[in-house]
Design a protein around this ligand. Structure first.
Ligand SMILES: *Cc1c(COP(=O)(O)O)cnc(C)c1O
Length: 398
């Protein structure tokens, strides 16, 4: 089918729950993707920070096909070798001890909220239930996750929402100090807010958050669904800050493109889950874990994280240089290869202009261009992308 035919079919039979671009990808390799009309794109969206190793990494493809021939699914009624190995790998590369596997970021956060509530019940009794999250956060689309998400646009129309959530401005320690108290069960934050506009937490803030959590016996949850797994130039973003949480959630890049999510916790906190407390039919099945094991092995041993740090710093400088040429740019910010340009104008014309010229980027909060390329890109890829961006941005004005 060509692009037009695929779009017609989708419009007829798919729910219109997302706003889609008029683009139908059919093939990907590394940082490149092709649509059904054979047009080539340099992909700086990466399936929204999923394809950290690029599209269809041969070793991930191989791990998936090998495992698919052996055992695709069997249930968590049993022990699963690749699942146990993946849990070990994540524990050894983080300050966490134990893992629970699910299928998405929202589910990982849902599990984190349940674990934090259960832990508080056991340790502190029934009053300690509140979860404090940040304005402009994004934690996913289940009912609890949209409630944790401090953006009314994701909640509107779906009320009544689950109770016990409180919101504070991001990077503002004073308001957090007022919001946290004896009823606080957990504070849940992204070290860098992705969907909320590429907002980087300051070290001062996260250190202060940790102190407040300790003072009030509240758990610290880092949602690293987007920032984790090399994206910011460290394996996990919290490692930039030296602030260790009690729970970490992961998904997006974990399976090298295959759907899998995880919630990690310290031994002490993880012990609050007893057999029967939480589960997922597909969560951590053999196929997903084999894909994730291959992807994480490549990430940790292939110099990919180091590349993200180096090329990310290079790209940041290039974007700052570019931004200086246009008075409609407000700020360039980000960490590693999670970068954003905040504009004083809407970003959608730039996104569309880049797409026409073969570069995929996206825009968050209407006015922040976001760059989340594969972590394997080269400086030449960055030069190519920035060249296209410059061509498009030169035609815009306030
Ligand atoms: C994408 C994202 C989620 C939700 O993940 P899904 O897999 O879409 O459920 C949660 N938190 C953050 C920080 C994200 O970027």
């Amino acid at each position: 089918m060509n692009t037009k035919e695929i779009i017609e079919l989708g419009d007829k039979y798919l729910m219109r729950n997302v706003g889609r671009l008029q683009l139908a990808p059919v093939k990907g390799e590394g940082a490149l993707m092709w649509d059904a009309d054979r047009k080539e794109y340099l992909d700086f969206v990466s399936g929204i920070a999923v394809n950290n190793l690029g599209h269809c990494h041969p070793e991930v493809v191989d791990a998936i096909s090998q495992q698919a021939k052996k055992l695709i699914h069997c249930s968590n009624l049993y022990y699963i070798e690749p699942q146990a190995l993946l849990a070990k790998l994540l524990a050894e590369n983080s300050a966490m001890d134990k893992a629970f596997f699910c299928n998405s970021g929202a589910e990982a956060n849902e599990a984190a909220i349940k674990l934090a509530r259960k832990y508080a019940k056991i340790k502190h009794g029934t009053e300690k239930v509140e979860i404090v999250t940040a304005l402009n956060s994004f934690h996913g689309r289940t009912l609890a996750a949209i409630t944790a998400t401090g953006q009314p646009k994701y909640q509107k129309g779906f009320e009544p929402l689950p109770g016990g959530f409180k919101y504070v401005p991001f990077n503002d320690l004073d308001t957090l100090e007022q919001a946290v108290g004896p009823a606080t069960c957990a504070v849940m934050l992204e070290p860098v807010q992705g969907e909320g506009g590429v907002n980087v937490a300051s070290r001062y803030y996260l250190e202060g958050v940790k102190m407040l959590c300790q003072e009030h016996g509240a758990l610290l949850i880092f949602d690293e669904v987007q920032t984790g797994l090399g994206r910011t130039g460290r394996f996990l973003a919290y490692q930039h800050y030296g602030v260790e949480p009690d729970i970490i959630t992961l998904a997006k890049a974990l399976g090298g493109g295959f759907p899998i999510g995880a919630m990690l916790a310290t031994d002490e906190v993880a012990a609050a889950f007893q057999p029967g407390d939480h589960a997922s039919t597909f969560g951590g099945n053999p196929l997903a874990c084999a894909a994730a094991l291959a992807a994480m092995d490549l990430l940790l041993t292939g110099g990919v994280v180091e590349n993200a740090a180096a090329v990310g710093a290079y790209m940041y400088d290039k974007l700052v240089e570019l931004a200086g040429k246009y008075d409609y740019v407000k700020e360039v910010r980000g960490l590693g290869l999670l970068l954003g340009i905040e504009l004083k104008i809407e970003g959608k014309d730039i996104v569309n202009g880049c797409r026409e010229k073969g570069l995929l980027i996206n825009c968050v909060n209407n006015n922040v261009l976001r760059f989340i390329p594969p972590l394997t890109i080269t400086k030449q890829d960055v030069d190519h992308a920035v060249g296209i961006l410059e061509g498009v941005m030169g035609n815009c004005s306030v």
